[in-house]
Design a protein around this ligand. Structure first.
Ligand code: NAP
Length: 246
């Protein structure tokens, strides 16, 4: 048996229309999973890429402006893998940070993530099945960052919930783990990369000598979704090129 194969597994990836989520959806499909690509916008491009490569996928609209949006998705649907990737960031000085920017980020990055885990976990436990949850945390799960208070708080929360859920569910056949990406070339970091000074300061602190790519995260997501990681519970895996300030 190939313990990295996802043949016969059904997976759901949130925020799969672009960036890291799109790369994860494609990587899970190429490892054999049937992937539901969910997004607040259409994931048709991701689905087409998967199908053209010979994989299986479909698109599902889930907008976490309603953090409970996934409440009815998993019951009776036999999903074995959930990747909570959808996330947003709002930047402002802490003295100026608004309640709206606090609530928007916490709702998508933390509240929706928890209640999506809950809906998935309930369905897996009800059928006494096996499950894999991969949460996308961040380098900012371990350090403060600047000008991103709600993002930092939410990603510390993601790391904490990953450990809590692993404690509760490891004995019942569900692996809950997270990946903490460093600085990855996606829309999320476009503003940083457009600023030459900030961009250089970031690169100077990445011993691997390059920004991360979405594929770097996707490869780790395949591992954490596969039987190869069956004894890994509550881990928050740093995929950040060895970030110096971690
Ligand atoms: P991205 O390109 O901005 O992708 C974010 C994804 O989340 C998009 O699919 C986005 O949909 C989706 N999303 C946002 N709000 C949503 C909502 N209300 N409902 C459903 N989906 C929603 O950024 P990314 O870099 O790929 O980010 C993916 C994850 O990695 C996030 O959790 C992010 O915090 C984390 N991360 C990224 C980095 C990095 O350096 N890039 C570092 C650490 C952690 P739309 O396209 O419609 O906006």
């Amino acid at each position: 048996m190939n313990r990295f194969s996802l043949e016969g597994r059904r997976a759901l990836v949130t925020g799969a229309n672009t960036g890291i989520g799109q790369a994860i959806a494609e990587a899970l499909a190429s490892a054999g999973a049937h992937v539901t690509c969910s997004g607040r916008r259409s994931c048709d491009e991701t689905v087409s890429r998967i199908v053209e490569a010979g994989g299986q996928a479909e698109s599902l609209r889930l907008d976490f402006a309603d953090p409970m949006a996934a409440r009815d998705v998993f019951e009776g649907a036999h999903y074995g893998i959930l990747v909570n990737n959808a996330g947003i960031i709002r930047r402002a000085e802490s003295v100026d940070f608004t309640e709206a920017d606090w609530d928007a980020v916490m709702d998508v990055n933390l509240k929706a993530l928890f209640f999506t885990c809950q809906a998935f976990g309930k369905a897996v436990l009800a059928r006494e099945g096996r499950g894999k949850i991969v949460n996308i945390a961040s380098l900012l799960s371990f350090q403060g960052g600047i000008r991103v208070p709600s993002y930092t708080a939410s990603k510390h929360g993601v790391a904490g919930l990953t450990k809590l859920l692993a404690n509760e569910w490891a004995a019942q056949g569900i692996n809950v783990n997270a990946i903490a990406p460093g600085y990855i070339e996606t829309a999320n970091t476009a503003a940083l990369r457009a600023d030459p000074e900030r961009s250089k300061a970031i690169l100077d602190r990445i011993p691997a000598g390059r920004w991360g790519q979405a594929q770097d995260i996707a490869d780790s997501a395949v591992f954490l979704s596969a039987p190869a990681s069956d004894y890994v519970h509550g881990a928050v895996l740093n995929v950040d090129g060895g970030w110096l300030a971690r």
